[in-house]
Write a protein that binds this ligand. Sequence first.
Ligand code: DGT
Ligand code: CA
Ligand code: CA
Ligand code: ZN
Length: 576
Amino acid sequence: MPIHNADIARRFEEMADLLEIKGDNPFRIRAYRNAAQVIEDSSHELATLIAAGEDTSQLSGIGKDLAAKIQEIVETDTCAALEKLRKSLPEHITDLLTIQGLGPKRVRTLYQELGIGDLQALQQAAEAGRIRELPGLGRKTEQHIIEAIKAQTDTSRRFLRAAMQPYVDSLTAYLRKQTGVTRITVAGSYRRGRETIGDLDLLVLTDQPPQLMQAFVTYDEVRDVLAHGETKSSVILKMGIQVDVRVVPTASYGAALHYFTGSKAHNIAMRKRAQQRKWKLNEYGLLDGERVIAGTTEEEVFEALDLPFIPPELRENRGELEAAEQRQLPNLITLDDIRGNLHAHTRASDGRHTLAEMAQAAMEAGHDYLAITDHSKRLTVAHGLDEDRLLAQIEEIDEWNEQSDTFTILKGIEVDILEDGTLDLDDAVLKLLDMVIVSVHHKFNLPAEKQTERIMRAMDKPYTTFVAHPTGRLLLQRPPYAVDVARLIAHARQRGCFLEINGNPQRLDLNDIHCQAAKAAGVPLVINTDAHHADDIHRFEAGITQARRGWLTATDVINTLPLAKLRRRLEQARKG
Ligand code: DGT
Ligand code: CA
Ligand code: CA
Ligand code: ZN
């Protein structure tokens, strides 16, 4: 693999850091830092110059000694002097430099006075109040260290993807305005559309990296700066999420985008594929020895590996490489495929708007139909409908439909599944509806066997159309109830009913893996927004993203059908 200028510069920076921590000669330290800067800024790859037999000591700031080290790094990918230095200090001591406010001088003090050599020791010392007593450090620094480490190590904290979108939009808009910026892409789990994300990974194309990084770390939503470098910086936003920004070269943009989009498992599988061809794939490009085969765009990287473009949502190493190889990637569903919601609430239960207002919103969203599905009577907190109120609503919907010939309201209900698997409303009334949603809203803590049986019995009822939010989870809040989803899928298949992807960003239930399993079993899915407000009618993005992660195409999803076909499918799901 070719050694890039950035690789050489990084080593010289580390050398300078380590020498400074050791308290070496300031002129020597300066020389390494200067050289790192010169190398970083050079428009020619030093490895290429050396291969061409040129003498790098001709470059300003690079003497004979440094030129020899550059040659050593380029030819052997190591540097004996650096290795020696590393061995003379604790292995992880440079990790301390990732804490904003800790430069080599302070790290030297921490190491000399307290023997602190890694972040864990630093954290312990800070929490024990031992940092404040050191010369040049104080209570404020100590407090800052505690917070910075906590933020850095709290990897368990995750955020709802949908909730991050406004933060992502404003940050990217702000960065895009900086001079020299030509491209910004959000990579990582955000781009793959995962339901929750750990941190944000942004890639930037700019001809002014230092200015971009300066703008990023001084963005007014930044709470803490964890690292501020020339090509990579990390911050914590005031709302708590970490953001990593990397500046990458144009020629590597596609390779870097692919690498930092992940997932790690997908990357490993792709790298293996490159290795089978005796090539290397990394964030710089697809390489045959020193020759760059591809790197500018992702498409180019895939193509060079004889693969069509794999949508980011599929990159989890769940069979996407095999499917791509056989030209059998699914033609993933998009927002435009959706024709209407089959799960929405009105003021009759716990919604905010009337059915006329909900229908109006659906028409404005360009939909063809909307099913009104209020709660049933057991759900008293939601003013659930009893048989009489449901009969009245049925009449109201019939009247509404009379006066419209372009849009249809379907008559439905979201009926509670009682503990024994029976339903909360009489079959005699359910029979009058176009569709019946069954769902669990209480008794979440039954053993798996009982919970599964309970839902299966509800599917057996003659008018049941589909099961809403089948596992009952609330992301980051409440785990799914104990239920055997594989059995639910098998039963839905046998019974001829559907399963929902509840598109409420906090539910996204079924999840991606369940969707893939349902599709494989031939069970149709329904994507709904579960709207309780007119503004929620069109919010299909999260549900669609989840469906895409579940490999679904438009034909796997019932509410992509035009009304007449949809009605036929709803009829087929009925038993009575
Ligand atoms: P997150 O942030 O936990 O929601 O998940 P990701 O997927 O965004 O992970 P993150 O932020 O740690 O890293 C971004 C991408 O960088 C990841 O999806 C794949 C790539 N990556 C990170 N570490 C490694 C690694 O050790 N090996 C490989 N092959 N790729 C990695
Ligand atoms: Ca990430
Ligand atoms: Ca990251
Ligand atoms: Zn609902």
